[in-house]
Design a protein around this ligand. Structure first.
Ligand code: PBG
Length: 344
């Protein structure tokens, strides 16, 4: 600092004059006072655990880009569901990695009542009836091109896809799914799924809409997890939302609620907390975010390199969702976070 810019000490008012006696550090001075004024809280009840499934028995494969995350055969997935239930995690969301021989252009295997996702739902609900099972009805695990819809002459055809996922939703409900969570972003899917469920006696099965799913780079590791990484041609921009758009996210949500969604979700999570806040303020409905595979991978990779404290970054990121207005979070950290919350 040179002489010209240095203020004369007598020219600076006292801090008490500047703040008029307000000192926000007072309540931060001790652990007890910080706890007392904490505004947002993360509880185990806020966590939904997405798990990956593979065919076969007693199989478990770690996903390279998601250290600590595995694909489980149904028998082992049941054991994981038991673990999650013991920790108090309210619900699981299941994602299948089916054999390539069963994938085709239309994702027909989604209409097999005994496909991997339905087998897992039956087994989990039988062994661990108290845990909620949330199933996705998107076609991407079942198509040989990795898209969430039926691909016809280079176009993802909306209405045909909607008819197929509505049918698949009924099969998932029949297998015991508690919540149908369509992640495909086709127009009209929520209303069609609601009609199909109600028409088949599944009035009690809820819908969690992936209302605002953005065309994001953060899904990378997930595509490895369900084996669509090498398959996907092109991108999903003709059906997912442009990351630049927030009014459009609001319109999508309004539409899904009008069609009958019970809960809405924002995906990805951390880069889209502004959307969470805007939805919560606008609609005041149960609002969730999906902390996706790439978000998980970033924290895990940095922690593995010793670049940050993985546990603290995990807990802070989950708390940030609560602060932004989330009622709950789909997160691959669910089990780890629940373990930490259990000993607090
Ligand atoms: C597709 C789907 C995606 C995810 C779940 N279902 C995205 C995609 O592959 O386009 C992403 C989940 C994650 O990244 O953790 N229906």
């Amino acid at each position: 600092m040179n002489k010209l810019t240095r203020a004369k000490p007598e020219a600076i008012r006292s801090v008490d004059e500047i703040t008029a006696g307000r000192r926000l550090r007072r309540m931060r001075k001790a652990d007890w006072s910080r706890r007392l004024v904490q505004e947002s809280h993360l509880r185990v009840d806020d966590l939904i655990w997405p798990i990956f499934l593979i065919e076969g028995k007693k199989r478990q494969e770690e996903i390279a880009a998601m250290p600590g995350v595995f694909r489980y055969s149904v028998d082992l997935a049941v054991l994981q569901a038991e673990r999650a239930a013991k920790l108090g995690i309210p619900a699981l969301a299941t994602f299948p990695n089916i054999d390539m021989s069963r994938r085709d252009a239309r994702g027909s295997a989604i209409l097999d009542p005994d496909n991997l996702i339905n087998q897992a739902t039956r087994a989990i609900k039988e062994a661990v009836p108290g845990i909620g099972v949330i199933t996705d009805v998107a076609l991407d695990p079942f198509t040989n091109h990795g898209h969430d819809g039926i691909l016809s002459e280079g176009v993802i055809v909306n209405d045909e896809t909607v008819a197929q996922i509505a049918e698949a939703a009924v099969l998932q409900a029949a297998a015991g799914s508690d919540v149908i969570a369509p992640s495909d972003m086709m127009d009209g899917r929520i209303g069609a799924i609601r009609d199909a469920l109600d028409g088949n006696g599944f009035q009690d099965v809820a819908i969690m809409s992936y209302a605002t799913k953005f065309a994001s780079a953060f899904y990378g590791p997930y595509r490895e997890a369900i084996g669509t990484g090498g398959l996907l041609k092109g991108d999903k921009k003709t059906y997912y939302i442009d990351p630049a758009n927030t009014d459009e996210a609001l319109r999508e949500t309004e539409q899904d609620l009008a069609e009958g969604a019970d809960m809405v979700m924002v995906k990805p999570g951390l880069p889209y907390l502004d959307i969470v806040r805007r939805l919560k303020d606008s609609f005041a409905v149960p609002t969730f975010a999906y902390q996706v595979s790439g978000e998980y991978a970033m924290i895990k990779a940095a922690a593995a390199n010793g670049w940050l404290d993985g546990d603290r970054a995990m807990m802070e990121s989950l708390l940030a969702f609560k602060r932004a207005g989330c009622d709950g979070i789909l997160t691959y950290f669910a089990l780890e976070a629940a373990e930490i919350l259990a000993v607090r």
